[in-house]
Design a protein around this ligand. Structure first.
Ligand code: ATP
Length: 457
């Protein structure tokens, strides 16, 4: 994990927020490469969830909504995690996480039963006694307007899906959506997490990619299965390895009270094993029923063919942009024996970030072999010609081996080298990150070559 964090900082993927002020607890900023990776993750999600589907509609709802939304959704009353304090060192923990961690690691000799409740657990940091768990609300409050009082209190959204529910009727009316159909949204969500951490895994401000699929209640099982399969395909299609992922069903206790079924895709993290990456939930008709009750607006669906009127049930897919980025980075990170270029002797290991081409922040790097004016001019022209279609990087400093390594480390799938022969034969060398195969290609054919490699991006 330290390697991922250090690479992220060194190469401009992810920085600690407000670093010059000593950093701000578990807030992160995405640098030039991080913002590209995040955009590519979002683009691929949008492409598969909206662009390629006739039954799913896109939305971008406001972050700050009517406060009643959060009363109706149940967040004001019960969007909380169980908080315990250590009486000795005063650190705070999530009781469910402590229980999870302790039962995941029973005594090796099998003599001791894992603790069944929080009273059997001590502080994992200092061994001190813990307080009784108490509920800690995760909603972040703010004030809207000039007056700071009860009447102006609002909330930063704790999940993006509420913006979808309150627009469900608008989408039906404006887009002639017919059940089954979905609404998809990408946007920021905020939670006052008790124990944020593990780099960008758990932050207080994060981005979600959520899709709510509205169905007839009798089809819930079918669509839950369908969306589980789709989400798994999406992650695996973008390169996550089979043994890096697993499914886990939420136990009855763990499930939100309204949820009829809840499944997580977990990934094999380097910070304590399997962790939630994504969720697929059957939320029943809780959300629409509650918004109907609190708003007084009829949110039932009238089937235009059967004339049946009912409250739709919802299957939700919920993913975090940051978590997905982290999983893609961890899965792609590989250290290989020295393999590139002209100065092998100076290093033993190289890092290759084997990101799927569609996710790679830089699609193609242009490297003139030397800083000779005519070589640089030719390389710059190539870069200029490719820039409208691809994120490019231009690098003319250091040995070619070192430059290849710089690109491998950030996952650039192709490097174009402009050498002295290029001036004569008008050809360049295109090097493949994974196979290291070098193809000699006419400058006039580069665009067609890259277009072939980068369809569906
Ligand atoms: P956890 O149990 O880890 O707190 P959750 O079950 O509350 O997560 P959901 O409400 O199902 O999470 O959120 C859906 C998705 O949003 C998660 O799978 C994750 O990808 C992302 N997510 C949730 N909370 C955070 C967070 N604090 N930081 C980053 N991503 C998050």
């Amino acid at each position: 994990m330290e390697k991922i964090e250090s690479l992220s900082k060194r190469r401009g993927f992810i920085f600690q927020s407000s670093e010059i002020y000593g950093g701000f607890g578990s807030s992160y900023d995405y640098g030039p490469l991080g913002v590209e990776l995040a955009n590519n993750v979002k683009r691929q999600w949008w492409r598969s969830m909206v662009q390629m589907r006739l039954d799913i509609f896109g939305l971008d709802a406001a972050i700050i909504m009517h406060p009643k939304v959060w009363e109706a959704s149940g967040h004001v009353e019960s969007f909380s995690d169980p908080l315990v304090d250590c009486k000795q060192c005063k650190r705070r923990f999530r009781a469910d996480h402590l229980l999870e961690a302790s039962s995941a690691k029973p005594d090796l000799d099998g003599q001791r039963e894992p603790p069944k409740n929080i009273a059997d657990i001590v502080c994992p940091e200092c061994g001190g006694e813990l307080t009784e768990p108490r509920n800690f609300n995760l909603l972040m409050k703010t004030f809207v307007g000039a007056v700071e009082d009860e009447t102006s209190t609002s909330y930063l959204r704790g999940e993006t899906c509420q913006g979808i529910y309150v627009n469900y009727k608008n989408i039906i009316d404006s887009s002639r959506a017919k059940i089954p159909f979905g609404i998809a949204q990408i946007g920021k969500a905020f939670r006052n997490e008790i124990t944020p951490g593990n780099f960008i895994f758990r932050t207080r401000e994060f981005e979600q990619m959520e899709m709510q699929y509205f169905i007839h209640p009798r089809e819930a099982e079918k669509w839950l299965k369908y969306w589980k399969e789709e989400r798994e395909k999406w992650y695996k299609g973008l390169g996550l390895k089979d043994n890096f992922l697993r499914w886990r069903e939420h136990g009855e206790q763990e499930r939100a009270h309204y949820a009829r079924a809840a499944w997580d895709i977990e990934f094999d993290s380097p910070f304590g094993g399997w962790k939630e990456l994504s969720g697929v939930h059957d939320r029943g008709h809780w959300d629409l029923s509650r918004h109907e009750k609190f708003s007084g607006v009829d949110l039932k669906y009238l089937d235009p063919e059967t004339k049946e009127k009912y409250t739709p049930q919802i299957i939700e897919t919920s993913d975090g942009v940051g978590r997905a980025m982290l999983a893609f980075l961890i899965n792609a990170y590989e250290e290989v024996a020295a393999r590139s270029g002209d100065d092998h002797a100076k290093h033993e290991k190289e890092v290759v970030l084997r990101l799927d081409k569609r996710l790679a922040p830089i699609k193609v790097a242009i490297l003139p072999l030397s800083k000779k004016t005519d070589l640089e001019a030719m390389a710059r022209d190539i870069q200029k010609a490719l820039a409208p279609d691809y994120m490019t990087q231009y690098d003319a400093t250091a040995s070619i081996g070192k430059r290849y390594r710089r690109q491998d480390e950030i996952g650039t799938p192709y490097c174009i080298t402009v050498d002295f022969d290029s001036l004569v034969d008008k050809q360049v060398t295109v090097r493949d990150r994974d196979t290291m195969k070098q193809n000699r290609i006419a400058i006039g054919d580069i665009k067609a070559y890259l277009a072939e490699q980068y369809s569906n991006v």
